[in-house]
Design a protein around this ligand. Structure first.
Ligand code: ADP
Length: 363
């Protein structure tokens, strides 16, 4: 309106009732004024806020020192700026704030005070974190895929070459007298196909675990029957090993997801075969004394795991130095560990190079 001039009262009301948090701080960052939204944001009454140092509302020393540097820069440059920080309200709750700051100067152009606005950006930060996490997962997945291609092409080569050469030889051994040779090469074909299948199963399991498709569905089962079933399945992988099963304890019933347990135990037994290439005993022991936990132990007398590799053995794609000449993807143990954890169990091992290895699952 022409001739109308705004009164100080109007500006005071505008400041106090504005829907944005306003704070005015002195040079040392003590609060000298705050509006209604600001007091609500900080969770204290205006009278309690005035005279309080602003950094007491910053959630950690990191934010406090960031704010100190921010303040120094603003005083020095006279320019406005922004800072993201976690603010702890008077009631102890926190929120992520965007602190916007401007410098108010006196008539001579000297620093008079800070003018801060606080915006709650907690939701935005949560979304940012979600996106960052999804990106990280995607990156890991991509790395895994390329590692998979490298390993698959390497690991598939040997069994495929064996199948090819055995198939050629089988076609040549056509006489009855060559039956033994034919059978030997047929066994080689079967073992190679099993190996390929094993590699594919490993990769399928990783994918299913990654996508959280695998669920833990525990049911009561009989330990003896279960171990017998597993032993039957791994028989065909056996070279010259002697598989021994023993049970200790007063209970042979257990309550676990046998589908998942089978994957774990099969992995451990096949490893025992692979990493004891000269054969020998592989011992499976179950230990179940009620009311104690159930233990499943797989022991071999093979090449063992070098002490310097023992810390990494459960990492995806990791293979110990002494395993270079034995086929493998470095996936079995990482899958086993994740499945055992999914079943609320733990896995640990003891190993000595050239003496052997013992893996223990505890539920
Ligand atoms: P893979 O056997 O396909 O390489 P695993 O994840 O099952 O993958 O095992 C990871 C590594 O741990 C193996 O490459 C091997 O170096 C070591 N390892 C696992 N089990 C045994 C074992 N019973 N004896 C010796 N080394 C083992």
């Amino acid at each position: 309106m022409k001739g109308y001039s705004h009164t100080k009262e109007e500006y005071d009301l505008l400041f106090y009732y504005a829907p944005i948090s306003y704070l005015i701080l002195d040079k040392d960052c003590f609060i000298i004024n705050v509006n209604k939204a600001g007091a609500l944001h900080l969770g204290l009454q205006k009278s309690k806020l005035i005279g309080t140092h602003f950094s007491t509302f910053l959630d950690s020393e990191v934010y406090q020192s960031q704010f100190y540097n921010f303040r120094t820069e603003i005083i020095e440059t006279g320019k406005s700026g922004q800072l993201e920080a976690v603010i702890r309200r008077g009631d102890g709750s926190t929120f992520f704030a965007l602190v916007d700051s401007a410098v108010i100067k006196d008539n001579q152009g000297n620093f008079k005070y800070f003018f801060l606005t606080l915006g709650d950006i907690t939701e935005q930060k949560k979304q940012e974190q979600k996106i960052a996490l999804a990106l990280l997962k995607e990156k890991e997945l991509n790395e895994m895929k390329s590692q998979f291609i490298t390993i698959a092409s390497h690991e598939f080569r040997t069994p495929l070459a064996t199948i090819l050469s055995s198939a050629e030889l089988i076609s040549k051994y056509s006489h009855e007298a060559e039956k033994d040779k034919r059978e030997k090469h047929l066994r080689k074909v079967t073992t190679s196909v099993q190996r390929l299948n094993e590699i594919l199963m490993d990769f399928m399991s990783v994918k299913e675990i990654e996508n959280e498709i695998i669920k833990n569905n525990p049911l009561p089962f009989n330990l003896h029957a279960f171990i017998k079933d597993v032993i039957n399945e791994v028989k065909s992988f056996n070279g010259t090993h002697n598989l021994i099963y023993k049970h200790h304890g007063n209970c042979t019933e257990a309550y676990l997801d046998t589908k998942l347990l089978k994957i774990c135990l099969t992995n451990l037994i096949i490893n025992s075969y692979k990493y004891a290439p000269d054969g020998g005993n592989v011992e499976i022991t179950t230990e179940h004394y009620l009311p104690n936990t159930l233990k499943i132990i797989v022991r071999d007398y093979g090449i063992g795991i070098p002490i310097e590799d023992q810390n990494n053995i459960f990492e995806q794609f990791f293979r110990a130095k002494n395993a270079e000449n034995i086929q493998g993807t470095g996936l079995g143990l990482s899958i086993t560990k994740r499945l055992v954890n999914l079943m609320n169990g733990t896995i640990y091992f003891e190993s000595e190079q050239n003496k052997g290895t013992t893996f223990t699952l505890t539920f």
